[in-house]
Design a protein around this ligand. Structure first.
Ligand code: ZN
Length: 203
């Protein structure tokens, strides 16, 4: 379980606080958003001002909520470009970002700038796409973060620990919404077996 360092109180008019970046990564159904919400709720208990953002592309469940699969929700602001986050973060102490893999590459510099200005930045996102390849900005975010937590799902085929998102419907698109029907979590072995079957089917 991740125990957060203490975030010092910001003195008015002075930037004397150290910020940092946390990344929560993993496959689909691994509990990334639940872990993000857990950390943000703890920050709220500590009376810190929290702002949460998600890419406007991700409107699967509700327009303005970060909603995880077990329906614990927290209010968030959908944004179209990573630059908007800097403008909207304002005086917040903690900035949460969900579904970070859907953001443009600029999100890395945005997170660094927020942390440099004394904010705690918590980023959740898929670390691999449906082909098992590193997903967009996530490898760079993992590299610049102080703290990285990889959470795991359970393989829907064999019950082992899973870190891959296996796509059940044929599509070449990187972004495919409506994930609960379209994907399942798989372990390395079951993921590779599934991918080999798809390749055989295509050729
Ligand atoms: Zn398996």
């Amino acid at each position: 379980m991740f125990i957060e360092p203490r975030l010092e109180r910001q003195q008015p008019g002075r930037n004397n606080r150290t910020g940092w970046i946390e990344v929560i990564c993993g496959s689909m159904f691994s509990g990334k958003t639940e872990e993000l919400i857990r950390r943000l709720n703890r920050a709220k208990i500590a009376k810190q001002q929290v702002e949460i953002f998600k890419p406007a592309v991700d409107t699967r469940y509700h327009e303005s909520d970060v909603v995880s699969h077990n329906a614990t929700a927290i209010r968030s602001t959908p944004v179209y470009a990573s630059q908007e986050i800097i403008l909207l973060a304002g005086n917040s102490d903690v900035v949460g970002i969900d579904e970070a893999q859907f953001f443009d590459e600029g999100i890395v510099e945005i997170c660094i700038a927020l942390a440099n200005s004394g904010k705690r930045v918590i980023v959740a996102g898929l670390d691999m796409d449906f082909e098992g390849k590193p997903f967009g900005c996530m490898p760079a975010l993992i590299a610049v973060a102080e703290f990285v937590t990889k959470v795991h799902a359970i393989c829907a085929v064999c019950g082992n620990v899973a870190s891959f998102s296996f796509r059940l419907v044929p599509s070449k698109a990187k972004v495919l919404l409506g994930e609960t029907e379209s994907y399942e979590a798989r372990c390395r072995k079951c993921f590779n077996e599934g991918m080999a079957r798809i390749k055989k089917h295509i050729s």
